[in-house]
Structure formats: structure tokens, C-alpha cells
Design a protein around this ligand. Structure first.
Ligand SMILES: [Zn+2]
Length: 100
């Protein structure tokens, strides 16, 4: 009997964890952050207008547009500059490509 109780308790805990993760995902979605590639085309600033979930995906999108590409973050529909930590990821990608 005790074992059965323990299993039920575990199941209950698992359910709690799933609920917490679900809430976190929801919060993350509410932040509404995605990345776009940007580049300069004949002195016009262009944006790829995709909603890239990761910096690397946006960087891969921007790379074919020439050396002047960059990545911008869009938070709640408002573009903002990358944070230093985000810029580091993009730079690592950029220089990683150049080494090839
Ligand atoms: Zn794109």
C-alpha cells in the first residue's frame, strides 16, 4: 500500500513540474521576443521580416546578404539592439564562418 501511495505522490510531483514548465513557456511567449536579420542594400536598411527564434538562425538568414549583415532583436514588436551577450553569439557565428 505504501508503495502505491509513493507512486501517486511522484505522479503528483511530476504533474506539478509539468505545470510549472508550462507556465514558464507561457511567460516566454508573452515576452514575444524573436530575431531578425538586417542588412544594407543600396544604402537602404532592409530586414528579413522573419520571426527567427534563435540568434544563429537569424545570422544564417543574414549572411547571404553580404558582409554588412547584422541581427536585431524584436521584443513585443519593437526592434532593439542586441544585448552584449547576444552580440557575442552573433560575433562567434560571424567569425566562425570567416575562418572557413
Ligand atoms: Zn530571416
Amino acid at each position: 500500500m505504501a508503495k502505491v501511495f509513493h507512486k501517486t505522490e511522484q505522479h503528483h510531483q511530476l504533474k506539478l513540474v509539468v505545470e510549472i514548465i508550462g507556465t514558464l513557456n507561457l511567460r516566454f511567449k508573452n515576452l514575444n521576443l524573436y530575431y531578425e536579420a538586417g542588412w544594407t542594400d543600396s544604402f537602404c536598411h532592409r530586414r528579413c521580416l522573419h520571426e527567427h527564434p534563435t540568434l544563429i538562425e537569424a545570422a544564417e538568414c543574414g549572411m547571404p546578404h553580404g558582409a554588412g549583415w547584422y541581427v536585431l532583436a524584436v521584443e513585443n514588436g519593437t526592434p532593439r539592439q542586441l544585448l552584449d551577450s547576444e552580440e557575442d553569439v552573433v560575433n562567434k557565428f560571424r567569425f566562425g564562418q570567416m575562418e572557413r
